[in-house]
Design a protein around this ligand. Structure first.
Ligand SMILES: Nc1ncnc2c1ncn2[C@@H]1O[C@H](COP(=O)(O)OP(=O)(O)O)[C@@H](O)[C@H]1O
Ligand SMILES: [Mg+2]
Length: 294
């Protein structure tokens, strides 16, 4: 199987720190690939390696199975704060960058429309963070890239800003742009990501698709009574097929959820006060926190 972008045992060592440690990522054409990890996990370093802003210590990167210099012309990026001209408009910023990149200034309005900044005539210094990020994305779009690499683009945005940014990414993705996006904010990204790479302390713990993720975020039952120890004992005694355990202030049921109703009857019959009995779905956030060992 040949991937759009992949790395082979990629390593980046900074003196004593191995920031990226034998990483093999696999990005398919059309993916929105979410690179998830805590601060210091190595996300920025990995993205800079992909972009050629850092040289790997060892291992290699395969971009479209093409020679790297040509391949990198097909990639746009937004890493750290974009160097914007603060005293002029979005259009004027786009004009300066287009000329710098040798791109057609006639495309500027089309691009600004994609990031909802068309007809925005305030100077950039009056922009919200979300607007600056969208202008950064517009600049990344100037050379009509097939892949866009974004480093924590929603970091610091308010919920409306995150939603806007997410919608723009999704729309561009439908138009054929592949994305690699890093984040430590999990649930916010989960709504659009199609494939995940989990990075922890420089290592890629695992990769999976969003469909696989849904099967991993399993359902469980949560029961709270006035005597959880007795409740657990009763459940174990009467429902040998149910898997139950004490978990903090509640009893957790991981298998045999179809018996929840009968369990309720049993507990009530034994004079227990059931204050909560719910079927929960583990959130994506909980899954990741579990994987990252919180
Ligand atoms: N230029 C550098 N010199 C030394 N250490 C670095 C350098 N850049 C990053 N690191 C270290 O590498 C690790 C990964 O950093 P980084 O890639 O920025 O992580 P993330 O983007 O996931 O927060 C961190 O421990 C960081 O301190
Ligand atoms: Mg970073």
């Amino acid at each position: 199987m040949s991937y759009f972008i992949e790395t082979n045992d990629l390593v980046k060592q900074f003196s004593t720190k191995t920031a990226v440690n034998n990483v093999n990522i696999h990005v398919n054409k059309g993916d929105i690939y979410g690179l998830i990890g805590r601060n210091g996990a190595g996300k920025t370093t990995l993205l800079k390696l992909l972009l050629g802003l850092l040289e790997p210590t060892s291992g290699d990167i395969d971009l479209f199975a093409t020679e790297k210099l040509a391949a990198r012309k097909r990639i746009g990026s937004l890493i750290e704060e974009p160097g914007l001209y603060k005293n002029v408009t979005a259009y004027e910023n786009m004009k300066r960058f287009s000329i710098l990149y040798g791109a057609d200034v006639n495309d500027i309005n089309t691009i600004l429309e994609k990031v909802s900044l068309l007809n925005e005539d305030r100077p950039v210094r009056e922009f919200s963070l979300g607007m600056k990020q969208r202008l950064g994305l517009a600049i990344a779009l100037i050379n009509k890239p097939e892949v866009i690499i974004l480093d924590e683009p929603i970091n610091g945005l308010d919920p409306a800003g995150i939603r806007d940014f997410r919608n723009i990414i999704q729309k561009l993705n439908k138009e054929g742009v592949t994305f690699i996006i890093s984040s430590h904010l999990l649930d916010e990204l989960a709504k659009i990501v199609t494939s995940y790479g989990i990075l922890s302390d420089g290592r890629l713990l695992e990769e999976f698709t969003s469909t696989e993720l849904r099967t991993r975020c399993t359902d469980y039952g949560k029961i709270i009574t006035n005597d959880n120890a007795l409740a657990l004992a009763l459940i174990k005694q009467n429902f040998p097929d149910v898997k139950a355990k004490q978990s903090g202030k509640h009893v957790e049921i991981s298998e045999g959820l179809e018996s929840l109703g009968d369990i309720n009857k049993l507990l009530v019959k034994n004079n227990l006060t059931v204050t909560e009995l719910t079927k929960c779905t583990q959130s994506v956030e909980e899954y990741f926190l579990g994987r990252l060992g919180k």
